[in-house]
Design a protein around this ligand. Structure first.
Ligand code: SF4
Ligand code: SF4
Length: 165
């Protein structure tokens, strides 16, 4: 029997359903407790720098080509993995406040987002999905780590921002 090719290999964009099926999404009750990492990194690639970048020892990988797994209970949502991931595949999502979500994402384009600024929210495939507000910006290794407040229903959709000015 020929095994089915995952659709993200054909499209280059992974879906929420695929992430869930692969066990890469935290359970709802963990998301409600506070910020937690989501590593959208399903391929067996020779990279493991997120493992040593994590101060909590929350990322597990037995071999360098394994898919990284987050121990949701150990993760403190610091965002170090977001800053360090060369594939821009690491995010932090926080659903602890009713009606709102906070998505922390990497940003490597100019202009630099400012705290308090309204930005356009983009999906994994670059579609505009709404507006959000920047609440925090910090930098490591020339990658900006940006936290945006977004409508709760977009928590699993928003994975980039567009600063239009
Ligand atoms: S957000 Fe911080 S604690 Fe959580 S997996 Fe990433 S580096 Fe580790
Ligand atoms: S650093 Fe990024 S690309 Fe490398 S294993 Fe971790 S999540 Fe995947």
């Amino acid at each position: 029997m020929v095994s089915e090719i995952p659709s993200y290999r054909r499209s280059g964009v992974i879906s929420v359903e695929e992430l869930r099926r692969l066990g890469l999404l935290p359970p709802e009750d963990r998301l409600r407790k506070g910020p937690v990492a989501i590593l959208e990194c399903p391929e067996m690639i020779p990279c493991n720098i997120c493992v040593s970048a994590c101060p909590s020892g929350a990322i597990r990988m037995d071999r360098i080509i394994d898919v990284p797994r987050v121990d949701w209970d150990k993760c403190v949502g610091c965002g170090n993995c977001v800053a360090i991931c060369p594939g821009l595949a690491a995010f932090v999502v926080d659903l602890s406040k009713p009606g709102k979500a906070y998505v922390t994402l990497p940003h490597e384009l100019l202009p630099r987002p400012r705290e308090g600024e309204e930005v356009t929210l983009l999906s994994r495939d670059g579609r505009e999905v709404g507006k959000g507000r920047v609440v925090r910006v910090w930098e490591r290794n020339r990658t900006l780590v940006v936290t945006v407040e977004v409508p709760e229903e977009l928590a699993m959709e928003v994975r980039a921002i567009w600063v239009r000015r």
